[in-house]
Design a protein around this ligand. Structure first.
Ligand SMILES: Cc1cc2nc3c(=O)[nH]c(=O)nc-3n(C[C@H](O)[C@H](O)[C@H](O)COP(=O)(O)O)c2cc1C
Length: 201
């Protein structure tokens, strides 16, 4: 099995990273796995500039930006499952994770639907990564779960757009300090369990 883990926190070995490692540990406990972990803040992933070349209106062309993304997209097509991890930053995903989803758009392969007059009336897509499994990891400082209501909705919507199969969501609250989640046995266990499920166990 090959999985890719995308760390959307700028802090290595902190809350998101720790929970993601637990998911990976869960996968490893069930199967032989090749893991590629990508720190979105360290990788060369430039901002989407909205050129639109990857949109159906411009023929779903490849992204012209020269950075790590074309290789990542190819490897995502080969992988079987993903782990997406992000902290809550100002009520939503981190900026790196938001940009990452924007840069995934070339995999979307959307087609527009037009009426007889040529007016766009909808769209349908057949993403190149459809059906692959995904676990989400979210950590926030606030103790109230509602603080990430928007974030979780945005993440779910993106997972749905790409027709990924969501295996589970590790949502950890009250982690304001760096790596604080290392003391939270419940959430670490939950992450491990979702890892096992990602492996099909
Ligand atoms: C710029 C910034 C904005 C944040 N905004 C929120 C927020 O709106 N709500 C919240 O609950 N926590 C917020 N936090 C706290 C983080 O979500 C929390 O500390 C999280 O556990 C960080 O994960 P990490 O240690 O993996 O980076 C914010 C942290 C930063 C740095």
């Amino acid at each position: 099995m090959k999985i890719m883990a995308f760390v959307g926190s700028p802090r290595k070995n902190s809350n998101v990273d720790t929970l993601m490692d637990k998911v990976i540990e869960g996968v490893k406990s069930k199967t032989d796995v090749e893991v590629e972990k990508i720190y979105l803040y360290s990788a060369d992933i430039k901002n989407c500039n909205g050129c639109g070349l990857c949109s159906p209106l411009m023929g779903n062309r490849d992204c012209p930006i020269d950075d790590d993304m074309p290789g990542i997209l190819n490897r995502m097509i080969e992988a079987e499952a993903y782990v997406f991890g992000t902290p809550n930053h100002v009520h939503t995903m981190s900026s790196a994770m938001t940009n990452f989803w924007a840069r995934l758009q070339p995999l979307g392969k959307m087609e527009v639907i037009r009426d007889d007059s040529g007016k766009i009336i909808g769209g349908k897509s057949k993403p190149l990564i459809m059906g692959k499994k995904a676990v989400m990891v979210v950590s926030q400082g606030d103790f109230s779960p509602s603080a990430s209501a928007l974030l979780l909705r945005v993440l779910d919507s993106n997972i749905k757009d790409f027709q990924l199969k969501k295996i589970g969501e590790v949502f950890s609250t009250g982690n304001l300090e760096k790596a604080q989640v290392k003391n939270n046995e419940n959430d670490l266990n939950l992450a491990f369990t979702f890892g096992q499920r990602l492996a099909g166990g």
